[in-house]
Write a protein that binds this ligand. Structure first.
Ligand code: ZN
Length: 469
């Protein structure tokens, strides 16, 4: 079932069945049109988790290899491997949109188009950039390093989040340590690889990829189109799913599994550089699922309240629904901007911070399995949504998070959000918000480690050990 909308003010409502109740759900998930990313600065989140592994392994230099060279080296076995993965997805993801026959990766021996063939087979944006580089916090790149421009790294070079990093170029044959490769790669799924993949995104590849129409969010916004790959609504009330089955059409599990297996595949073929890089890609989606606004349709709204404003909407009073969508979108953005600022500040001042303490703490690490992101991680982050939403409402500037007349993405003052919280509610409010973010990111620390160990366990020769709790 295809359902889509334009923006929160001009909702295009379409649903083939159960028309009226469905309208509201369509409307409310449009909030994601405005905000398709989750945590900002994945490398900063990932590094402290990686540092809990014994340093010897992750600091070992690894020769960097272009994607083209990697694919040429593994082309034969890759074809069979990808077929197996397709079988797995069809068998284990009931809403999975099968890979169209003509996109199947065939080993042709043609070097020139091998990257394009691979991108088609894993159905990412064919313009995705895969330069050889690592990300340093801006201003902290080594003197004399050659830096890549944003447009050499991301399909969205004007994103302000990119300004926090220097992208240090590395030549083929140069070396990087695994920690830098993984951490850098964790930001890459937000650089455009998951954009434009749906039929109604008006891209030639979206028309060919077989994902159908974008299940929710604004199909006309480049960046918003990645939302169904970066969020997972698995733990909403059955009533919500009853009225809106399309909410199940999300794909983070597809990406997590594929990139985990590609990482393992690369290590099996002694291609460590791509082993680490695919590991980083997979970790991105796990981190996204630790973000409560990415596992919850409308944080802070009970099912009853959702049905009530839905009812008003049916009667013609659409404002409560419009307001809910805009508020959720603004709160989502507010907490992510807050998170970026506190983490970046702590790093630049080298100060202690609860978020980093919790990311680098020792935890009992459960054994990884493919159901874990949905059953355990997303459930835990979903159950935090209400608590986080209340704290946002309580401490963040009312104009940012309680005024549906504002589109927070257009408000420059959001960059001062941490200071504004402290000025109005004191250091205790900052501490409380920080602790909530630490709770959510702790989920990534635990299950991200599970994911990493799951890959490493299959490859004892990597000789990586992690510090036992
Ligand atoms: Zn993301």
């Amino acid at each position: 079932m295809g359902s889509h909308c334009f923006d929160t003010k001009h909702r295009k409502r379409s649903c083939s069945r159960r028309l009226l109740p469905c309208l509201f759900i369509v409307a409310m998930v449009c909030g994601f049109a405005l905000n398709g990313d989750a945590w900002e600065h994945h490398p900063l989140i990932t590094e402290p988790v990686l540092e809990t592994f014994a340093e010897s392994g992750l600091l070992r230099p690894t020769a960097v290899v272009t994607l083209q060279d990697f694919l040429v080296a593994v082309e034969g076995p890759l074809a069979g491997f990808l077929l197996d993965e397709e079988d797995w997805a069809r068998a284990h993801l009931p809403w999975y949109a099968p890979l169209p026959e003509d996109l199947v990766f065939v080993a042709t021996g043609t070097r020139e188009d091998i990257v394009a063939r691979f991108f088609r087979a894993i159905r990412i944006n064919p313009n995705t950039k895969t330069p050889l580089y690592y990300a340093a916090l801006s201003g902290q790149a080594p003197a004399g390093a050659s830096l890549l421009a944003n447009e050499q790294v991301s399909l969205f070079p004007d994103s302000t989040a990119l300004d926090s990093f220097d992208f240090v170029a590395v030549l083929p044959g140069g070396a990087l340590n695994a920690l830098d490769i993984i951490a850098t790669a964790t930001n890459e799924p937000d650089y455009g690889m998951d954009t434009g993949l749906f039929e109604d995104n008006n891209t030639p590849f979206g028309a060919a990829y077989g994902f159908g129409n974008q299940p929710f969010g604004n199909p006309g916004l480049d960046y918003g189109s990645q939302a169904p790959f970066h969020i997972g609504f698995y733990h909403e009330s059955p009533l919500v799913f009853f009225f809106a089955r399309f909410l199940e059409r999300t794909y983070p599990e597809y990406r997590i599994r594929l990139f985990k297996r590609l990482s393992e595949f690369a290590f099996q073929h002694d291609q460590d550089y791509w082993g680490w890089r695919f590991m980083g890609w997979g970790l991105h989606y796990l981190a996204d699922l630790s973000m409560p606004y990415h596992t919850t349709v409308l944080p802070g709204y009970s099912t009853l309240r959702m049905l009530w404003i839905n009812f008003l909407d049916i009667l013609g009073f659409s404002r409560p629904v419009d307001n809910a969508v805009q508020l959720v979108s603004n709160r989502h953005l507010a907490i992510e901007r807050y998170q970026r600022i506190v983490m970046e500040r702590a790093l630049r001042t080298k100060g202690d911070h609860i978020i980093f303490e919790r990311l680098s703490a020792e935890y009992e690490t459960p054994t990884y399995r493919d159901e874990l992101p949905r059953e355990v991680l997303a459930r835990a982050s979903n159950s935090m949504a209400r608590r986080l939403d209340r704290a946002i409402e309580k401490y963040m500037p009312a104009d940012f998070v309680d005024n549906p007349g504002i589109e927070l993405a257009d408000v420059e003052a959001v960059e001062d959000i941490v200071d504004m919280v402290e000025d109005t509610h004191g250091a205790e409010a900052v501490a409380e918000l920080d602790a909530l973010l630490a709770d959510a990111l702790e989920l990534f620390a635990i299950y991200g480690r599970s994911f990493i160990i799951g890959i490493l366990d299959a490859h004892n020769d990597l000789q990586l050990t992690h510090r036992a709790p």
